[in-house]
Design a protein around this ligand. Structure first.
Ligand code: IVH
Length: 674
């Protein structure tokens, strides 16, 4: 055995022990070794990895010790979900963010934004009732947090009492460790963020107290009654009440100010005593925030503009092609492993064919790579002075890994030719099929715990699965014989797979991976079809044509999405695979939760553009007041609201014939008392 293999074997054995000790301590609350022995093993493992960085890729210890999911804390539902933020990496992304907001609100004026450093720590939500700290939760999965009240109480910077101005308030913020304090913890954790997470989730709050945790408040969850008008006022009040607020928070009004703020903070970033990985921009006015609302994962009113993080120099050994679930062909550079911002990197994305020719990237080139956030590092530039005379231009393959020709599509809306080549064979291409399977089992789709990407790879290699339906007809006898699978893990996998068989229509639509149909569009489609039987009519080409004609009216569904649905279902293999999958499942009807309000039991439809808001917002408001939005004019319709700008004449005529109430924009506001 080579030395490398020996080290790997020893490392994996020790990791197994660590997992065992960790489980006993965290999940069973029944330690089988002393704290000293546990810490010793952790330290030893970190030292082995320090000397042999290749091990990090095999198994990352931080994932085991940093934030072990555990049952030791009580799970409590957040009164308002703790969402994540969408990211921006450049000026264009920010302009796009602003444009979307202005379209949604139907405004032209400059937006006032609150700019706040994005602290790289662990978020927490602390509830105060009648001014008294009552409990504190970790973010958890965003819906349920862990009750870490005791540990949060050890943080001196978090006030235990605040003025009794509101009955209930959840103060949200970031728990972190200063860079200075982290110096003493370097042996145990890879970075301050992991150290904060590890400390905050200690079983014994006395252990938490030993590590100097700090806190910055950045917002609120639930509040009753509301006393704030804007984010700046909110931060200033929290400051008055004794919460630490970051000193660099400020108001900005224009893209110029945003860019300036960004570069100013980036330039002093390394001198700050805490890690900051970007700036969060939030619409300052809370009423506007409320109007904008959230998508499934993040608020529409905020964005994290990330710093162009750390760079490193390396060499390209090979350029390979990867196929994504949409058939997109992505070139990836296999590089000499380098450490970038504490993480060993051996792959870098080259984006697409145009990027390679624009930067003239070649095999054997010396390159500068950059890692921003959690995304795969990218090649920034090539050092052409280091290039050998024998070097040849990289010729981009025009075939997919499956051997078939790829295509560059032309966008229906912009008429531009896409920079990305795609394999358009769907499930017929084994490589696209593999990625579709991985998407299908992922968290936002079927969410099958125990069936991660690596397991899917392995099961495919062993021919245990080929298509999605195979997941639900697995031969567990064969799995029993595989390395790493025992009674418990098989039982858990079986349960997870069985539970996932009951899936709601929107999740199902998202899971099957139709291009341009993300979580939001999947919900919109599910709301249109309601039942899986109706959705299955898409398999019939005549019915499909009729259905697709009606989709145009749905928010977010345009020509691009309709063509994509058509392409997906007209492919015979796709249809066969999805029909087989449906036969293995119980797909539950989609039921949009109907709220109660002034428009309860009323069916409404909108046509044309409005003056005061976008149509999307008008629909959201109607739904929030209990109305149901219809897609076609039928007898069931109670009101057709007609906007000033380009209403559809045909809809108005049908509505008149059916004697349906017609409302102008103003009359509709009257109906809502707005
Ligand atoms: S606002 C809806 N403001 O970033 C989410 N988040 O990716 C509202 N964070 O989980 C979050 N500094 O832990 C906000 N000034 C700041 C922040 C901040 C750090 C973290 C937070 C959140 C994550 C979002």
């Amino acid at each position: 055995m080579t030395e490398k293999k020996n080290i790997k074997k020893l490392y994996l054995e020790k990791i197994q022990n660590l997992i065992k000790f960790n489980k006993a301590y965290f999940e069973k609350d029944n330690p089988i070794v002393t704290d000293e022995k546990f810490d010793e093993l952790k330290k030893e493992l970190f030292e082995i990895v320090k000397k042999n960085p290749f091990l990090k890729k095999i198994k990352n210890i931080e994932e085991i010790v940093g934030s072990s999911p555990s049952n030791k804390f009580k799970k409590v539902k957040h009164s308002k979900p703790m969402l994540s933020l969408s990211n921006a990496f450049n000026k264009e992304d920010i302009l796009d963010f602003e444009k979307k907001i202005k379209n949604y609100l139907n405004i032209n004026s400059n937006l006032e934004l609150s700019a706040e450093p994005k602290i790289d720590g662990i978020s927490a939500s602390i509830r105060y009732i009648d001014g008294k700290m009552t409990y504190g939760l970790s973010r958890g999965d965003g819906t349920f947090g862990e009750d870490i009240t005791e540990n949060l109480s050890t943080i001196g910077e978090i006030p235990k009492k605040i003025p009794n101005t509101t009955k209930i308030i959840d103060v949200r913020g970031e728990v972190y460790i200063s860079k200075k304090d982290f110096k003493n913890l370097k042996d145990k954790f890879a970075n301050p963020r992991n150290a904060a997470g590890g400390s905050l989730r200690q079983k014994n709050s006395k252990e938490t107290k030993k590590i100097p945790l700090k806190f910055f408040a950045y917002g609120i969850g639930d509040i009753e009654p509301n006393i704030f008008n804007d984010q700046t006022e909110l931060l200033l009040t929290l400051k008055k009440w004794g919460f630490p607020i970051n000193q660099y928070c400020k108001k900005v009004k224009s893209i110029q100010e945003i860019e300036k703020t960004h570069s100013e903070l980036e330039s002093i970033r390394s001198n700050l005593n805490y890690d900051v990985d970007g700036i969060v921009y939030k619409v300052n006015n809370l009423k506007l925030q409320n109007r904008l609302g959230t998508t499934s994962n993040s608020p529409r009113w905020a964005i994290a503009y990330k710093f162009s993080s750390v760079k490193a120099i390396s060499k390209i050994n090979e350029i390979v092609i990867q196929v994504g679930r949409t058939g997109a062909i992505t070139p990836v550079a296999k590089i000499d492993p380098v450490t970038v911002g504490g993480v060993v990197v051996s792959n870098a994305t080259l984006h697409n064919e145009d990027e390679i020719s624009r930067k003239d990237i070649r095999v054997n080139d010396t390159i500068v790579i950059q890692r921003a956030g959690d995304v795969i590092p990218q090649v920034l530039s090539v050092d052409k002075t280091k290039r050998s005379l024998k070097s040849k231009k990289f010729i981009f393959p025009n075939k997919c890994l499956c051997g078939y020709e790829t295509k560059k599509e032309t966008s229906i809306t912009t008429k531009k030719v896409d920079a990305v080549r795609r394999c358009i064979r769907g499930y017929e291409c084994n490589f696209t099929a593999k990625e579709r399977l991985k998407h299908l089992v992922s968290k936002d789709a079927f969410d099958i715990e125990g069936l991660g990407k690596k397991v899917v790879d392995n099961f495919l290699k062993l021919n245990l699965i080929k298509t999605p339906a195979d997941i639900f007809n697995l031969d567990y006898k064969k799995i029993e014989k595989l390395d790493g699978w025992g009674d418990v893990s098989i039982r858990n996998l079986k349960n997870a797979i069985n539970n996932s068989k009951n899936i709601v229509l929107d999740k199902f639509i998202f899971s099957i991976g139709i291009r341009h149909i993300g979580q939001e569009n999947a919900k919109t489609l599910a709301n249109f079809f309601k039942k899986s039987k109706k959705f299955s009519e898409l398999f019939n080409s005549t019915k499909r044509k009729e259905i697709l004609k009606n989709l145009d009216d749905l928010d977010g569904i345009g020509e691009t999405q309709i063509k994509s649905v058509e392409d997906f279902f007209s492919n015979k293999k796709n249809s066969e695979i999805i029909q087989n999958l449906i036969n293995s499942l119980t797909i539950k009807d989609y039921e949009k939760k109907i709220k109660s309000g002034k428009l309860s039991n009323k069916n409404i439809m909108f046509t044309g553009g409005f003056k005061k808001m976008s149509r999307s917002e008008a629909k959201t408001i109607a739904e929030e007041n209990g109305a149901k939005i219809l897609g076609t004019v039928t007898k069931k319709l109670d009101y057709l609201v007609i906007g000033n700008s380009k209403p559809t004449k045909k809809k108005i005529q049908i509505a008149k014939d059916l004697k349906i109430n017609l409302l102008t924009e103003e009359k509709w506001y009257d109906l809502l008392d707005r």
